[in-house]
Design a protein around this ligand. Structure first.
Ligand SMILES: [Zn+2]
Length: 152
């Protein structure tokens, strides 16, 4: 750590405090005796997604939003709702603190978020992305949703 006053690299830590935003260290320069603080915090990056076939791809918000838009067509879901949904999904995978996660993690989180947002959009999305292709599976999923709705 270089002193911001004299550029000396000889500094010592005189105090360390933990705060919500990171670790703050009070330092004193051995060259000019001036004191300054540094802040150490975790940098959260979005992990790469590992697909079933082993290929890696970057988290693509636009692609996710465009899939969601299709599922939410003519539903009372605003563009802002979708932006916020994708924000939450991205921040959850960042908080895993990994450099790579299976791409299905994104699918699972998205589905969960969408279920809370709009059940009809959720079913449409699930048909496409979970492969609920046969009608029985779709009906079972709709029944489950209706049960949850009447229970809650
Ligand atoms: Zn200095």
């Amino acid at each position: 750590m270089r002193c911001p006053y004299c550029d000396s690299t000889r500094t010592r830590v005189i105090d360390t405090t933990q705060s919500a935003s990171g670790v703050r260290r009070r330092r004193e320069c051995k060259g000019c005796q001036k004191r300054f603080s540094t802040m150490e915090r975790a940098i959260l990056t979005t992990p790469l997604l590992v697909k079933k076939d082993g290929r890696r791809e970057e988290f693509n918000r636009d692609k996710l939003i465009s899939g969601l838009r299709t599922a939410c067509a003519r539903r009372p879901v605003s563009a802002d709702d979708l932006e916020r949904l994708v924000d939450r999904v991205e921040s959850q995978i960042r908080q895993m603190g990994k450099s790579e996660v299976p791409s299905r993690v994104v699918g699972d989180l998205t589905i969960e978020e969408l279920e809370a947002l709009d059940p009809v959009s959720y079913v449409r999305y699930a048909i496409v992305y979970l492969g609920l292709e046969d009608l029985e599976a779709v009906r079972a999923e709709i029944d489950r949703l209706l049960d949850e709705g009447s229970a809650g």
